[in-house]
Design a protein around this ligand. Structure first.
Ligand code: DGT
Ligand code: CA
Ligand code: CA
Length: 574
């Protein structure tokens, strides 16, 4: 049995929810929430730490009691405290807590007077005007509840970052063209480049009298206006994406941008640093003891007031970036222009949509030094996998294109299937002829943790395998990643001179940010690959770069920032 960090974090969050419904001590509730966040952000597996007898109390926010609970869940797979709470509280009530404005006290009233025990119950009662009759509720609160329930329903789905990119660009272009608008910037998880976003947050500065809020609600993709005032508005677009707009004065812009970029934990930590210096920091600015605004125009000014340099949005997750900033040890994050090529793409020869020639020309236009052509192997029949003979013929075709290319070198590669037992779906004799060999799992995702770990390590035992492609095989929102021991796989890769991929396909982004950081901490380089199935998809590399930045990666942590001769040398010694 292996209990993952996410499962432990989810258990703690759930305990916090249930305690809240019971009206328990707020400090205890916060302790569980903080612990959940700590656990979620760890790069090491708690189960492994327990197995190795490491002291969990050394972790921030984890005291003796929580350490015992982690121990219990890791060794028994159960948490008696949680089980007892689950028995005591009805499940519909847990969801009700998510309705903003409904504290545990009001929940009790709803339950006692109207027998409400689910979001649906509440919506029905509020629509019938029953909620307003309860002592302390009233019409206004009833309407708010209804509004929030509807918001909650539309907010439930998270959207892939890449899915909303076009909308975000269209909307900011549209707002920039509105009369009187001076500045338009994205904030929130979108600016932090999380792989998924709950909603979009946009900040605007405008001249007095500008009708920017009005214009916003008339954007052609708006389906429903949830709220609209003089300085803020919330709308839902077709397809269900919610967008929050806020109009802020120029003197506050930096403070507001910092606040609404988040994340919340980062904000709170910065605010605490302010308090330690006798300053009040909020979305309007930084204020001294006399309430005088001493900063707020730019983010840099806000950070400077707590003696920090400006911090890249991708790092703002309260995962150690504030400590690193204070110590002058922020990473110099990798950027798109550091990459010299791409080591994973497909052409018409397997399941790609463009010819070898078209892919090469596109890569040339992007200014790459190299592009590896890596079709599937025959085991993956649905994707037109190549037989040995077909692969050798394809290599000849690549050679022929290379003859005519200037500046760009096509590398002969393969995305070979890793079979269930860890063998590769191609003979060593053929693999020996390639420049690059990626190995990937495309089936039997559900092996036990041990078997999956062994499968991946055995694949890397093959001396020709250089890169483990989309290592967990997850599809965001659709398929959880395979269960295996990531630390062991990374150590095995290091020992064999292999590399792991950060696959940039927006629904994969595999490895994720936390795994990227885990690799970096071990000194394992990653390869950021587009896995393009068409010429236009080569530009997907930028999503991978964003994820790498969230994982604190620098230029030297990424293999394909190397010049071609150095890269080839690194691959040969793999
Ligand atoms: P999302 O939309 O779920 O992908 O995530 P965010 O980070 O975009 O969150 P959102 O849209 O709810 O709020 C945008 C930012 O506003 C958030 O990252 C931090 C800030 N913020 C929101 N609520 C609070 C709060 O209660 N306290 C503090 N300090 N900041 C908040
Ligand atoms: Ca947001
Ligand atoms: Ca928002």
């Amino acid at each position: 049995m292996h209990v993952s960090n996410s499962e432990i974090a989810a258990a703690f969050d759930r305990i916090a929810d249930l305690l809240e419904i019971q009206g328990d001590n707020p400090f205890r509730i916060r302790a569980y929430r903080n612990a959940a966040r700590t656990v979620q952000g760890l790069s090491r597996s708690l189960a492994d730490m327990v197995a190795e007898g490491e002291a969990l109390e050394a972790l921030p926010t984890i005291g003796k009691d929580l350490a015992n609970k982690i121990h219990e869940i890791v060794t028994t797979g159960r948490l008696r405290k949680l089980e007892a709470l689950e028995r005591a509280v009805s499940p519909g009530l847990v969801k009700l807590l998510k309705v903003p404005g409904l504290g545990p006290k009001r929940l009790q009233q709803l339950r006692n007077h109207l027998k409400i025990s689910s979001v649906d119950d509440l919506e029905r009662a509020a629509s019938k005007g029953l909620v307003r009759q309860l002592p302390g509720f009233g019409v206004k609160i009833e309407q708010n509840i209804l509004k929030e329930i509807r918001g909650l329903q539309s907010r439930q789905r998270r959207h892939l970052w890449a899915e909303v990119e076009e909308t975000a660009n269209a909307l900011t272009d549209y707002l920039r063209a509105v009369a009187g608008v001076k500045r338009v910037e994205m904030a929130g998880s979108y600016r932090r480049h999380r792989e998924t976003v709950g909603d979009l947050d946009i900040l605007v500065t405008a001249r007095k009298g500008s009708n920017v809020v009005d214009a916003f609600t008339r954007f052609d993709a708006v389906e429903r206006v949830i709220s609209s005032g003089t300085t803020r508005s919330t709308v839902v677009l077709r397809g269900g994406l919610q967008v929050d707009l806020r109009v802020v004065p120029q003197v506050s812009f930096g403070a507001a941008w910092h606040y609404f970029t988040g994340n919340k934990a980062h904000n709170i930590a910065v605010r605490v640093m302010g308090v330690q210096r006798g300053l009040k920091i909020n979305e309007y600015g930084v204020f001294d003891r006399d309430g005088k605004r001493i900063a707020g125009r730019t983010e840099r000014d806000v950070y400077a007031q707590v003696d920090l340099p400006w911090i890249e949005p991708e790092l703002r997750e309260n995962r150690g970036e504030l400590e690193a900033a204070a110590a002058g040890e922020l990473p110099r994050l990798v950027c798109a222009s550091d990459l010299r090529g791409d080591l994973h793409c497909h052409t018409l020869a397997s399941d790609g949509q463009d010819s070898l020639q078209a892919m090469a020309e596109a890569a040339q236009r992007l200014g790459y030094e190299y592009l590896a052509i890596t079709e599937h192997s025959q085991h993956l029949k649905v994707a037109g996998g190549l037989s040995e003979k077909q692969l050798l013929a394809h290599c000849d075709a690549i050679d022929a294109v290379n003859e005519q290319l200037d500046g760009l070198r096509l590398l002969k590669g393969l995305e070979v299937d890793i079979l269930e037992d860890g063998r590769l779906d191609m003979s060593d004799a053929v693999l020996a002829r390639l420049d690059v060999c990626l190995g990937a799992i495309h089936s039997v995702f559900g092996l036990s943790r041990d078997k999956q770990t062994q499968r991946l390590i055995r694949a890397m035992d093959n001396r020709y395998l250089q890169i483990l492609a989309h290592p967990t095989a997850r599809l965001i929102g659709r398929r959880a990643g395979c269960e295996f021991d990531m630390e062991r796989v990374m150590d095995a890769a290091l020992a064999r001179g292999c590399y792991l991929e950060l696959n940039a396909q927006p629904q994969r982004l595999d490895l994720d940010d936390i795994h990227c950081r885990m690799a970096k901490e071990r000194g394992l380089k990653l390869v950021i690959n587009s896995d393009a199935h068409s010429a236009t998809q080569l530009t997907f590399l930028r999503y991978g770069v964003a994820q790498a930045r969230r994982g604190w990666l620098e230029q030297h942590d990424v293999l394909n920032t190397l010049r071609l001769p150095v890269l080839l040398e690194a691959l040969r010694s793999a």
